[in-house]
Every structure is written in C-alpha cells, then in structure tokens.
Ligand binder design. Sequence first.
Ligand code: ZN
Length: 162
Amino acid sequence: MKPLTETEIRAAFVNCSKGEAKRLPVPHDLREQPWDDLDYLGWRDPRSPVRAYLVAELDGRTQALALRCPSSTGQTRRTMCSMCLTSPVSGVSLMVAPKAGAAGKQGNSVGTYVCSDLACSLYLRGLKDAGPGARLNESIAVEAKVERTVANLAAFLAKVTG
Ligand SMILES: [Zn+2]
C-alpha cells in the first residue's frame, strides 16, 4: 500500500466520531513502516489493550477502522485469523468494530477474528514467523493469498459501513 500520513489516517476513520479520530493514538513511526509489504496497517493502542486500529486502501479509498478487543484481558486463543487464515502462536483476537453511522450509535457492531498483533501482511509474505503449524499447507502463490486477505478485509469493512 502507499505510505500514509497521520493526517490521512485520522481523516479515514469510518466508524468513530471526528473527536475520537483526532485523539486516538496513531503510530509515531509511520515513516519506518514496511508499506510495500502491507495490505493494511494495524496497530494496538499502547495505553489500552482493548483498543486496536487498522487502515487500508480499498477500491481506491483510504478507510480506517476503530476496533475493540473485548477478550484481550484473557488469554488469546490459538485459532485462525479470518483475514489471512494464519493461526499464529502469538494468538488471534476477536476484534469488534462498531458499525458506521446511526447503526453504530445504536450499539450495533460486527466482529471478526484477526491476528492479535495485526501482522497478517507479514505472515503471508513470510516476513514474520507465525510459529510451527501456523500456516495452512497451501500451494497457491503469495499474490493469491494477499488477494484473498484483501477480499476478506473488504468484506469486513463492507459489513461495518453497510
Ligand atoms: Zn491474520
């Protein structure tokens, strides 16, 4: 994905208020992110383990999501990430996104299981070790796995904004 600035990221949030988007923590090391190898940039709130964020460019639009990880105080389960289909040793968390607009204000949300460290892109490309047995034994190319992950992310985003 193309590198994003803090301003672009803050402006891209689809499911939180403008005030929240202004205050939430954006990584300080944006320039050092491996953008060429990222399908989305995801990060945890360093002050609050129950909050996570991700930003992606889908259909030519930069869109960002505010997420909650309700179970992150317990142990992470060794299960499969719904985005990249990896089961990393570091765990997968249920991440819940309040829906965009009026539906979100009424308390509606959608949840999905995502790699707890939000490193799907790096696992897919073999740039981060997910641990023994973490990857499906598939013979498809990395490009196809990336395409599938982006499609999964787009489907989740469509549920949040739909
Ligand atoms: Zn993943």
